[in-house]
Design a protein around this ligand. Structure first.
Ligand code: NDP
Length: 480
């Protein structure tokens, strides 16, 4: 069985303990490879390598750093088919989605920050004829980047690309549940000639390898994407050490549909925002609010369209909904369906495990579910389920829907459907979400700030925000 390796100081190496963790193929429900069960000693070796590599990497002219990152992007493009298959196998997501979204976006992340760093500039302030102040931006040092399993290579590169482009060296940990594409990525870094120690990838469990990165005194900044509970744990370790922190956490996102929307477009996109990647995207709109005038018609069409989605083998092109990430996660999602019923909700379609035949007979498949009859305050509508489950609620007024949309502890993203431009701006301004889409979903311009409010996180990624995060701003005052 294939054993993945850590990527430390330019080499692919075994964990010091010699211990490995089973890596499951969620569509088959069986182990298909093994990943290093790294501990704090492996992290220490990785941080030492990153510390040694830092002076040369941070001093390298930015166009040379950029060229190396662009080369890695080209290698991702070259290996598109291999990476797409690996991502689908490792995470259970449909092959078609990995080809359309995950892997192209990983290459785009590398390109975006490789070129962005060249244009990154800082400010100068002339204080009359007395002084010139300028802002000197220097890389923070060794950065720790920790990423989740739902968009594995996409989110891994979203963190490491700006860190490397800014001149930091990195110790990164992908999710233990989806290590494969990060491993393949380490091979591409070697092929591209990335200097040793610049990027180090330590595989393993969050509470060992992940915690080891957060605790290490020489790791100056932590960029984390994952669940809110883990984010709080990381903050409780890193904050007393006064580390820079960027936390991209969970969401319970509202999808607000007014009666004056483009009905067909809203319906089509709502299918995507509800069930893409099996609902395992932090940005999925899991609470759908529909203005009463179109509620019945919208719901009827939503149910019809949802029933036509194909739950199946992720490797088959016609599949819309693949496997959930793990047996434990499937149990959690099904537990929320039970909870919704206990809270008085009616499951209008889906919500049952799907038993496929052939190689996928042991896989973790769940029918996409639509639940009605619940108010905004119940647990089903307050807690992140992170699966193919949405609730639908009617509303009468703009004020009422804004209050309901804002009623959770989360504040990551929201979607608004209306053809009334004034209302679109007004509602967007009142929604307590870091990202608001009007008449679209998941459309991303990588230059824009990305991040959540409330329990959805602290800090912003994307564009200059990310390059600022991985650099320190020093004010240099020159007296004239
Ligand atoms: P987790 O919080 O469980 O894990 C995220 C990463 O942190 C994993 O690599 C995990 O390792 C690691 N980790 C766990 N414990 C620690 C620790 N104590 N110290 C350091 N690292 C640790 O999230 P999931 O992987 O389950 O991802 C799903 C969550 O991510 C959802 O809540 C989703 O909303 C959120 N998310 C947020 C996004 C955003 O941009 N706001 C985008 C995508 C997802 P291991 O896998 O070994 O546990």
């Amino acid at each position: 069985m294939q054993k993945l390796a850590n990527y430390i100081d330019g080499e692919l190496i075994a964990p010091l303990s010699g211990n490995y963790i089973d890596n499951y193929n969620p569509a088959e429900g069986r182990v298909y490879s093994m990943l290093p069960d790294s501990g704090t000693e492996d992290v220490r070796v990785a941080v030492d390598a990153a510390t040694r590599a830092f002076p040369a990497w941070s001093a390298m002219p930015v166009d040379k750093r950029s060229a190396l990152l662009l080369k890695i992007a080209d290698l991702i493009d070259r290996d598109l088919d291999k990476l797409v298959r690996a991502e689908s196998t490792d995470s259970g997501k449909p092959l078609a989605q990995a080809r359309r979204l995950d892997i192209p976006r990983a290459a785009a992340n590398m390109r975006f920050f490789a070129t962005g760093a060249i244009h990154f500039s800082s400010e100068a302030h002339v204080t009359g004829s007395d002084a010139v102040n300028y802002t000197l931006r220097t890389p923070v040092g060794v950065a720790g980047c920790i990423s989740p399993w739902n968009l594995p290579l996409y989110l891994f590169t979203w963190k490491i690309a700006p860190a490397l482009a800014a001149g930091c060296t990195v110790v990164a940990k992908p999710s233990e549940l989806t290590p494969m594409t990060a491993f393949l990525f380490s091979q591409l870094c070697i092929e591209a000639g990335l200097p040793k120690g610049v990027l180090n990838i330590v595989h393993g469990l969050g509470n060992k390898a992940g915690q080891g990165i957060v605790e290490h005194p020489h790791v100056s900044a932590i960029s984390f994407t994952g669940g809110t509970v883990t984010g709080k744990r990381i903050a409780s370790t890193a904050a007393p050490m006064l580390k820079k922190l960027s936390l991209e956490l969970g969401g319970k996102n509202p999808n607000v549909i007014f009666a004056d929307c483009d009905f067909d477009k809203a319906l089509e996109t709502t299918i995507e925002s509800s069930f893409s990647n099996q609902g395992e995207i932090c940005l999925c709109g899991s609470r759908i609010f529909v203005e009463r005038a179109i509620y019945e018609r919208f719901l009827e069409q939503l149910i019809k369209r949802t029933r036509s989605l194909v739950v199946g083998d992720p490797l088959e092109e016609k599949t819309n909904i693949g496997a959930l990430i793990s047996g434990a996660h499937m149990k959690k999602v099904l537990g929320y369906i039970t909870l919704a019923r206990e809270e008085g909700g009616e499951v209008l379609t889906g919500g049952k495990p799907v038993k496929l035949s052939g190689r996928c007979q042991m896989g973790y498949f769940v029918e996409p579910a639509i639940i009605a009859g619940l108010g905004p305050d119940c647990r089903t509508n307050q807690e992140e389920i992170f699966g193919p489950v949405v609730t639908v609620m009617p509303f009468d007024t703009e004020e009422e829907v804004i209050a309901a949309a804002n009623s959770t502890n989360y504040g990551l993203s929201a979607t608004v459907w209306t053809e009334n431009l004034k209302r679109a701006h007004r509602v967007a301004a009142h929604l307590k979400s870091g990202i608001i889409w009007v008449n679209c979903w998941l459309f991303r311009d990588l230059r824009t700030p990305f991040g959540g409010m409330k329990q959805s996180g602290v800090g912003r990624e994307g564009g200059w925000e990310a390059l600022r995060f991985f650099t320190e701003a020093k004010n240099v005052c020159v007296r004239l």
